[in-house]
Design a protein around this ligand. Sequence first.
Ligand code: ATP
Length: 344
Amino acid sequence: MTRFKIALLTGDGIGPEISNSSVAILKTLSEQFHLRLDIRNVEAGDRTLKRLGKALPQESIDVIETSDVCLKGPVGETAADVIVKLRQLLDLYANLRPAKAYPQVSNYRQGIDLLIVRENTEDLYRGHEFEFDGGAVALRLITKNACSRIAEYAFRMARERGLQKRVIAVHKANVLRKTDGLFSRVCREVASRNVDIDFNEMYVDAAAMNLIRNPNQFDVLVTTNLYGDILSDEAAQLVGGLGVAPSANVGDNFALFEPVHGSAPDIAGKGIANPLAMLLCVKMMMDWWALKSADESARRAAEALEDAVLCTLARTRTPDLGGNSSTREVTNSVIRQLKKEPRS
Ligand code: ATP
C-alpha cells in the first residue's frame, strides 16, 4: 500500500483546535483501515506572519509541494495571501463545494445532495480593478481552456457520484454575451462528448431561486468563480451551515481540502468549535485519494467516517448546531463510532 503524504496547515483562530480533532481521526482511520499516513505540519497564516514575517513561507510551500495533498485549517486576516497563492501555485482550478442534507442536523432540508463545481482561477477574482475619475472598473477574464477543463471535471464528477447523473451549467449568458456566452458554448460542447450525462443550463438568478425552491433537482452545478462563491454559501446554509460545510480545491495532480468557514476568532480557544466541517474535508480527501491511487481502504475509510459523523450528529453536537458538547466530545464520539466495528 502506498504512503499518503498529508501536509497539515493548522491555521489561525479555531484552526488548531479542529486540526487536532482531524489528526485524532486520521490516526484512528489509519489504525482501523491500515492506511499508511504521513502527516507533515506546515506553518502559514497570521501567527506565521508575526513570527517569520511571511504568511506563507517558502519552507511551507516546499513541504506542501512534496506531499500528495494538503489539509488546511482556516486562516485569519492573511487568508488571501495563503489560499489564493496556493490555488495559483498548484493550479487548483476546480473548487468543489458539496451540500448534503444530513437528517440529524436540525435546520436541514431533506434529500439535498448536490455538488457545486466552481471555476477557481479566473473571472473577476483575477483582481484586475482600476479607478478612474468618478468610478472604478473590474475586468472579468473567461478563457476557453478554463471553461473546458472545469466543464470536463463537472461531467466526470456527475459520473463518479452516480446519483442523478445530471450537470447544470449556471451563467448569465443572456446579459454577459461574450464572457458567459463563451462559458455556455464550451459547456455545451463538452456535454456533446458526455452524452451519458444529462445536461441543462440555468441563469444564475434562477439557480439562486431554485436552490431554495427545489434544491433536490440539482446534482452537479458547474459555474464560474463569482457565481460559484455565492451559490455555494447559499447551498451550505440549506444543509446546516458553516459547521458542516467542507470544500476542496483540486488540480490535475494535487488537491487541497479546507472547511468553508473562517477562523471564527469569536470562539477560538473556548473548546466549542465544530470540528465536523474539517472532518468532512478528511472524508473528501480520502475519497480523492481512493480515486487517484485506486486504494480501496481509503474509500472504505471515507465511507466509515461519513457514517461516524452521521451517528455523532444524532447524539452529540456543538453549540452552533444547537447542542452543548465540546470539540473534544464530538471528536471522541466520532472516534468511538469508528472503533465500534472491527474493520480490516
Ligand atoms: P474570518 O475573519 O476568519 O473569516 P469570521 O468570524 O468573519 O472569521 P467565520 O469564521 O466563517 O467568519 O465565522 C462566522 C460565524 O460562524 C462566527 O460567529 C463563528 O463563530 C461561526 N463559526 C464558523 N465556523 C465555526 C465552527 N467550525 N464551529 C462553530 N462556529 C463556527
